[in-house]
Design a protein around this ligand. Structure first.
Ligand SMILES: [Zn+2]
Length: 453
């Protein structure tokens, strides 16, 4: 059952510098061959994928599965189902569950649950600090032994620079990258949206770009000091991109990721759809070539436009796109952060930060990067496959013969509307319901088995 012959697709495998029309043979859960007119045993099912892209299974290295402890929002079964629907064969879950993933027992629990309930591969990150409280180091060696692939306090940010330095030193000893949610608490205080024109107009407290840039700068200095690999999560600000670009030129072991909401939307969206479409959203759909019949509408103060870090200015959005185009930002991800309706249906100030993203990120990223010709398809696929695999030392993200048969087949041109009722996630906190999107997963194959098609 774990065998399949994919015929006639455009195979895009950046790890092996392949971009060609070819067949891909999956046998017993492994990649068996890639080439023209491949012979296959008679019993192997053939799957015609002409006109589609055949890529290594996509990896999302930033998701919140909410299990254990917050399963009203999401659980491993629903989170991995949403991943499969979005075209992802591997996802990495963040440790801000309850209890937090700061001990070997919780890591083992998630591995066990993922094996029995998950439909895609789940990789686990451990906390930097005990209880993600930023005060004492978590047992990093024990977490590594239990199988975590990185450490992060995501959702929170270690403010004590000495503690962060020690975390980096331990992580380096254990060969783990350190991922960081960059937020300086003393600058951000209780900000709920980007500090600029719109937060003043709307009467909401500001979250300044410098609150992110300060910690990105700190991380660059600590990467130089300790030699650890530091990865800055969900970059939103132009200054962060400039800092990382300059540091990478000097060979510093720093990297970054970006999420589609930050390079599609801006803070104007918090003022409602009219303000957004008549301003920063003007050429969003035209650029992709897919003109929807009517533009989606939403009111001002819609809490599905509240996330951390917040949506920023049009200039920041442009800088993130430029950083993705020139390779400064090597990785794309969702920061899939489900919340219950009743939690989001409150005043903007009181709503939790975060939106779902696994089912829309492939389309939104294609629209903003490939359909606009900012990025080639090969470079685009790399940001979802070989680049995250390299950062996290995962044996994934490639169609090399002998590798696990994780494959994503997608149609970059397919237009579709993201319907609220059709989401596989347990939560509905997406700003993109009703949007006409272009690009969609056609089949998600994990270990040679189709888990979504
Ligand atoms: Zn975060």
């Amino acid at each position: 059952m774990n065998s399949l012959l994919l015929t006639g697709g455009r195979v895009v495998d950046p790890a092996n510098a392949i971009d060609a029309i070819a067949d891909v043979l999956l046998l017993d859960g492994k990649i068996s061959a890639v080439g023209k007119d491949l012979p296959a045993p008679a019993e192997v099912e053939r799957f015609d994928v002409r006109g589609k892209i055949v890529a290594p299974g996509l990896i999302d290295l930033h998701t919140h599965l909410r299990e254990p402890g917050q399963t009203a929002k999401e659980c491993i079964a629903t989170g991995t189902a949403a991943a499969a629907r979005g075209g992802f064969t591997s996802i990495v879950c963040m440790p801000n569950t309850s209890p937090a993933i700061d001990n070997a027992g919780t890591v083992a629990l998630i591995h066990e649950r993922a094996k029995t309930e998950g439909v895609v591969n789940v990789f686990v990150t451990g906390a930097i600090s005990k209880g993600i409280a930023g005060e004492e180091l978590a047992p990093i060696g024990g977490l590594k032994k239990a199988g975590v692939i990185a450490i992060t306090d995501d959702g929170h940010c270690v403010q004590n620079n000495d503690l962060m330095r020690r975390a980096c030193e331990y992580a380096k000893m254990f060969g783990l990258p350190v991922m960081d949610h960059c937020q300086d608490y003393s600058l951000v205080t209780d900000g709920v949206m980007h500090e600029g024109y719109w937060n003043v107009a709307l009467g909401l407290r500001g979250w300044p770009a410098a609150g992110e840039e300060m910690i990105v700068a700190r991380n660059i200095l600590l990467a130089e000091l300790t030699g650890a690999k530091i990865h800055c999560q969900h970059l939103s600000a132009a200054g962060s991109v400039a800092l990382i670009r300059e540091a990478k030129k000097r060979g510093v072991s720093i990297s970054g990721e970006a999420c589609p909401h930050h390079f599609t939307l801006t803070d104007a969206a918090v003022a409602g759809s009219e303000k957004f479409w008549s301003g920063d959203g003007q050429d969003l759909h035209a650029a992709g070539g897919a003109q929807p019949a009517s533009l989606p509408a939403w009111p001002a103060y819609d809490t599905n436009f509240k996330m951390n870090p917040p949506l920023r200015s049009a200039a920041d959005r442009e800088a993130i796109l430029a950083g993705l185009a020139d390779g400064t930002i090597e990785i794309l991800c969702s920061d899939h952060a489900p919340h219950c309706d009743y939690e989001k249906e409150v005043e903007f100030d009181y709503a939790p930060f975060g939106i779902t993203g696994l089912e829309t990120e492939l389309a939104l990223s294609l629209m903003q990067l490939v359909h606009t010709r900012r990025l080639s398809l090969v470079d685009f696929v790399a940001k979802y496959t070989v680049n995250p695999a390299r950062l996290l030392n995962l044996n994934k993200g490639t169609l090399t013969v002998g590798a696990d048969a994780d494959v994503t087949v997608f149609d970059p041109g397919q237009t579709w509307v993201f319907e609220r009722a059709a989401s596989a996630s347990k939560s509905r906190n997406s700003p993109f319901f009703g949007w006409q999107l272009q690009g969609r997963a056609v089949a998600t194959i994990v270990g040679g088995k189709r888990v979504y098609f």
